[in-house]
Unconditional design. Structure first.
Length: 221
């Protein structure tokens, strides 16, 4: 079964290049394109893709707000957003993760890396470029958080679940978490799933944001 993708970027040449890349893969299918944020939301609602490759800076509606609207739509709960950005440290990247993006990738990433990112995010493994993501989160974690503080949700997590959330926040995979905590990979996956359910996270990227916002992971560590 193909991974259905929508491309959203205001530069026609960029879209053309991404389209050619996606079309070259048997397991990835392009189902829509958009040149601005408003069009992106409309196309996503019409096609309900698996992954949206979303540029941050677009006219009419930027990628941040488009991502927020997609994440807030109950009919699009299965849609994952992969944000493309030009800069490693970009104010919008952390806000995009808060808004519901599953991860992000630099625009100058290798074609193979972009394809891998699409496949990963479609599978729910979400957080991409962990070292870069961590730097962005560390840089902006101290900024004002969302309207509803999430610190109170810590009380719903067991001590082991807090440990797991902190390790996800540090960019560890399920296998790495299992090795660190001396548990099976299946148990690690179960813990991660339970954490996501308790904090109402769409994916691992949201767990990373939660870990920093609640102090489970401190900036600079």
């Amino acid at each position: 079964m193909s991974i259905r993708v929508v491309l959203a970027d205001d530069q026609a040449l960029v879209r053309m290049g991404l389209k050619a890349l996606v079309d070259s893969e048997r397991d990835i299918e392009l189902v829509g394109e958009a040149a601005d944020g408003e069009e992106a939301v409309a196309v996503v609602r019409a096609t309900c893709p698996d992954v949206v490759v979303m540029d941050i800076r677009m006219p009419k509606l930027d990628g941040l707000e488009a991502t927020r609207r997609i994440a807030a739509d109950p009919n699009l709960t299965g849609v994952r957003v992969l944000v493309l950005t030009t800069f490693e440290v970009d104010d919008y990247v952390f806000e995009a993760l808060r808004a519901g993006a599953g991860g992000f990738l630099l625009k100058d990433a290798d074609p193979a890396e972009l394809l891998r990112a699409i496949r990963l995010i479609a599978a729910g493994d979400s957080l991409l470029s962990p070292s870069v993501t961590r730097r962005v989160v560390e840089a902006f974690a101290a900024r004002p958080g969302p309207a509803v503080p999430k610190t109170s949700l810590l009380a719903d997590l067991t001590q082991r679940e807090r440990e797991v959330a902190a390790l996800v926040g540090n960019g560890l995979s399920n296998d790495e978490i299992a090795e660190r905590l001396v548990i099976s990979p299946a148990t690690a996956r179960t813990h991660v799933s339970r954490v996501m359910g308790k904090i109402d996270a769409r994916d691992r990227a949201q767990v990373v944001v939660f870990a920093y916002e609640t102090g489970l992971v401190a900036a600079g560590r």
